[in-house]
Design a protein around this ligand. Structure first.
Ligand code: GRG
Length: 308
């Protein structure tokens, strides 16, 4: 894990160690995911679902959800089922994104993609299975949260996944394939939907579970939109600058496919500046929370400092 001087300085100031925090949270999430999905008959589909779900990854979405639940006064326990559901939804979107009909990728999270191991038919069903199970899991496993808040979270997840979120972003992305005149507005639309929508749902759902005020939800929403776009800008930069080993997936795919990306519009240096500006904007939204927001500040800084 690579950290910038900024991250180190802010952590020294607040005696907060992001690497330890991430490692602990990742371990908690991995254990909860493992428990959430046992293999039963028909084993083939559960094995395919678990293959991608348990394949690693940064677990950023669940960690954001747990962090905002704690920030607003809640506990890790009450947010864990939603955190796991976010990872199930994210994983299913990766499985479908890697299919030959979409991005056609052979590697993900350092392993062969789901369809390469289980075949396209089972990979499609594994994605469908994870998507449906995410909603079932939130509804069944969440404890000590009033039903009206849980309903809000369910609606929020549905919106983030569907045509108003991931699916909408993906369809415009597919539409832009092979086009050389994609505008910045269209690129922003794609990534606000494909990437930022689920990150925003991750941040907001944790706060909704504890019943945060409308004002705090608005602040967290602006934080999330900023880190969501910054995350995608860095993703585009890493596609150019990182190796396949670092990324765990094929590097240089955007350039190869002549895809419109932030670096293709702004260049690498300006893209990095824009991502840093967005992260500064995200952090500014957290000042009212004081020291309690240190994990979310560090997570925002991690987004521009990450190498994979
Ligand atoms: C959601 C019903 C439904 C269908 C899927 C394929 C699709 C529609 C949408 C594509 C969504 C997609 C793949 C967006 C890219 C998001 C992104 C930047 C992924 C990388 O996230 P990381 O870096 O990955 O957090 P890890 O592996 O660390 O979790």
């Amino acid at each position: 894990m690579v950290m910038t001087d900024n991250v180190r300085a802010s952590q020294r100031e607040f005696r907060f160690d992001l690497a330890t925090y991430l490692a602990e949270r990742q371990a908690q999430v991995e254990a909860a995911l493992d428990r959430s999905l046992p293999v039963i008959y028909p084993e083939k589909i559960y094995e395919a679902m678990r293959y991608s779900l348990m394949a690693g990854g940064k677990r950023l979405r669940p960690i954001l959800c747990l962090a905002t639940c704690e920030l607003t006064g809640g506990t890790v326990e009450m947010a864990m089922p939603t955190a796991c559901a976010l990872e199930m939804i994210h994983t299913m979107s990766l499985i479908h994104d890697d299919l030959p009909a979409m991005d056609d990728d052979d590697y993900r999270r350092g392993k062969l993609t789901n369809h390469k191991v289980f075949g396209e038919d089972v990979a499609i069903l594994a994605g469908d299975g994870l998507l449906a199970y995410a909603f079932e899991h939130v509804a069944i496993a969440t404890q000590n949260v009033p039903a009206d808040r849980l309903l809000k979270v369910v609606a929020m997840l549905g919106r983030a996944v569907g045509a108003a979120g991931l699916v909408g972003g993906q369809v415009v992305d597919l539409d832009c394939e092979g086009k050389t005149d994609v505008s910045l507005e269209t690129l922003n639309f794609i990534h606000n939907h494909k990437t930022a929508a689920l990150l925003e749902a991750s941040v907001i759902s944790g706060a909704v579970l504890f019943g945060a005020s409308e004002e705090d939800l608005q602040r967290l929403s602006r934080y999330a939109q900023n880190i969501g776009l910054a995350f995608q800008i860095i993703d585009d930069i890493l596609d150019i600058t990182a190796t396949q080993e670092e990324l765990g997936k094929t590097a240089g795919k955007d350039l190869q496919a002549q895809k419109a990306t932030y670096p293709s519009i702004w260049g690498l240096e300006e893209s990095r500046r824009q991502a840093e500006r967005l992260v500064d904007g995200a952090k500014a939204e957290l000042t009212v929370f004081g020291e309690k927001a240190v994990p979310l500040v560090a997570l925002a800084e991690f987004i521009t400092a990450r190498t994979h």
